[in-house]
Design a protein around this ligand. Sequence first.
Ligand SMILES: *[C@@H]1O[C@H](CO)[C@@H](O)[C@H](O)[C@H]1NC(C)=O
Ligand SMILES: *[C@@H]1O[C@H](CO)[C@@H](O)[C@H](O)[C@H]1NC(C)=O
Ligand SMILES: *[C@@H]1O[C@H](CO)[C@@H](O)[C@H](O)[C@H]1NC(C)=O
Ligand SMILES: *[C@@H]1O[C@H](CO)[C@@H](O)[C@H](O)[C@H]1NC(C)=O
Ligand SMILES: *[C@@H]1O[C@H](CO)[C@@H](O)[C@H](O)[C@H]1NC(C)=O
Ligand SMILES: *[C@@H]1O[C@H](CO)[C@@H](O)[C@H](O)[C@H]1NC(C)=O
Ligand SMILES: *[C@@H]1O[C@H](CO)[C@@H](O)[C@H](O)[C@H]1NC(C)=O
Ligand SMILES: *[C@@H]1O[C@H](CO)[C@@H](O)[C@H](O)[C@H]1NC(C)=O
Ligand SMILES: *[C@@H]1O[C@H](CO)[C@@H](O)[C@H](O)[C@H]1NC(C)=O
Ligand SMILES: *[C@@H]1O[C@H](CO)[C@@H](O)[C@H](O)[C@H]1NC(C)=O
Ligand SMILES: CC(=O)N[C@H]1CO[C@H](CO)[C@@H](O)[C@@H]1O
Length: 352
Amino acid sequence: MSDKQESDNAEVVQTESRAYQPAAVPTNKKGKFARHLKRFWWAYLLVFLCGVVLAVCLTIFVGVPRIAQTKVNDAKLEIQGVNVLNTKPDSILLQINSTITTDGSIKANIDGFEGVMYLEDLPDHTPFLNVSFPATNGNKHQQVNISQELQIQNHDAFNNFNVWFAFNETLRVTVEGRTKVKPSGLSTKFGVTFKKTVTMKGLNMFNGTTVTNGKINISAKKGQPNFSATADIPNASYFTLDIGNATFTNFIDDTSIGNLTIPNLLLVPGSNKVAISANLDQVAVLNAVQSAKYCKTGIIPVKLQGAAVLNDGETLQYFLDALGAHNQTVPMDIGSIIKSSLGTTIGCPKSS
Ligand SMILES: *[C@@H]1O[C@H](CO)[C@@H](O)[C@H](O)[C@H]1NC(C)=O
Ligand SMILES: *[C@@H]1O[C@H](CO)[C@@H](O)[C@H](O)[C@H]1NC(C)=O
Ligand SMILES: *[C@@H]1O[C@H](CO)[C@@H](O)[C@H](O)[C@H]1NC(C)=O
Ligand SMILES: *[C@@H]1O[C@H](CO)[C@@H](O)[C@H](O)[C@H]1NC(C)=O
Ligand SMILES: *[C@@H]1O[C@H](CO)[C@@H](O)[C@H](O)[C@H]1NC(C)=O
Ligand SMILES: *[C@@H]1O[C@H](CO)[C@@H](O)[C@H](O)[C@H]1NC(C)=O
Ligand SMILES: *[C@@H]1O[C@H](CO)[C@@H](O)[C@H](O)[C@H]1NC(C)=O
Ligand SMILES: *[C@@H]1O[C@H](CO)[C@@H](O)[C@H](O)[C@H]1NC(C)=O
Ligand SMILES: *[C@@H]1O[C@H](CO)[C@@H](O)[C@H](O)[C@H]1NC(C)=O
Ligand SMILES: *[C@@H]1O[C@H](CO)[C@@H](O)[C@H](O)[C@H]1NC(C)=O
Ligand SMILES: CC(=O)N[C@H]1CO[C@H](CO)[C@@H](O)[C@@H]1O
């Protein structure tokens, strides 16, 4: 009963709506749209084309720069070697062998640019060097070797970098600059920021240095070196440094016992076997090695603090700061040196 009632109502509504339609307009909606399309197809094409152009524009001017920046961010910078040569008070010859690795998914040319280097873990991020980086492409593996004379523009920052480099086991250096990327196939260049932080090994204060072949020269005249030896200095970093004539003040405990010089020090990665000559107060050394503290082993931890760095007669303050900011402790087997040089065995004083 209720079914019949509902269908009757529906019939009424349909009849009513049909009654309101103007008789002249065709009732087929498809036909209506086809007619409309026939007249206004060009407008639809225009809208469509604008949409395509807009999409392409958005991709190029918003998407591509973002992709380019992401690709630059994802690229890996690795350093194989750094040479610091032709060291002068105000300039250095900086050579870097490095590789930039990308996923190679987009071909793009990256302009050369001026980048700054700063210590990532020093909050003020003051650049210690400005370096020109060459143009590169987006190849998977890219060798980037640079060699350039650089003026030291900020001495404090450069000196401080050298202090960190000499002292720390590792340090983080950031390279940062603005450059432009031109994806191949596009004529437009997009600005990107190149920013990479590299964790590098420092000199760790030459931890592990050994001194062998020590010889005391008793016939040495006053002011002439009266001690010579061979030092083996480990360089844990990948830096080669043209340091020059480096002189260190030597301490036993808190007492200065003279100084030692490493002539023409060119520090290379790995082991550095160098000759050293020293002016040591032999009496003070003899007293120390006979003291209760050191007589059992004859080994004295000698502290070294950089006192002068001369290269071609000029002081290199950045290396002097690096070697002078901290003491380096080197165990020296003075007992054996005295035995081999003088034929005397040092024993402990007869205890009372
Ligand atoms: C870079 O590599 C070349 C060739 O192997 C080498 O002669 C040069 O010393 C290296 N430079 C640095 C800074 O490592
Ligand atoms: C760049 O340095 C690498 C070593 O890292 C070396 O093999 C290559 O020959 C160097 N290229 C040039 C052009 O110096
Ligand atoms: C080096 O970098 C500093 C700081 O960004 C900048 O003010 C200076 O102009 C740069 N110098 C050169 C030669 O690019
Ligand atoms: C590196 O050495 C400097 C100077 O001695 C020190 O002040 C700094 O805290 C060290 N930084 C790191 C990250 O070890
Ligand atoms: C120095 O090296 C020795 C091992 O040769 C190590 O035990 C010590 O911790 C190192 N000291 C520093 C400050 O790295
Ligand atoms: C010791 O010192 C004297 C005087 O300075 C010098 O002539 C001599 O060559 C030195 N001997 C050694 C082994 O260095
Ligand atoms: C090293 O010692 C010698 C001899 O005592 C002295 O003439 C010289 O000035 C000292 N050098 C430094 C840098 O202290
Ligand atoms: C090095 O050790 C000596 C002797 O203990 C001390 O007088 C000097 O201040 C120390 N130097 C540094 C930079 O700590
Ligand atoms: C060795 O050199 C030091 C420093 O120049 C000097 O004080 C000393 O008299 C010299 N000779 C001896 C035997 O110590
Ligand atoms: C180191 O000193 C010696 C002797 O004074 C000098 O002949 C030499 O040129 C100096 N080396 C450097 C790199 O300045
Ligand atoms: C990178 C490098 O060559 N490190 C070396 C530094 O010096 C020590 C001691 O000679 C070597 O053990 C490291 O391999």
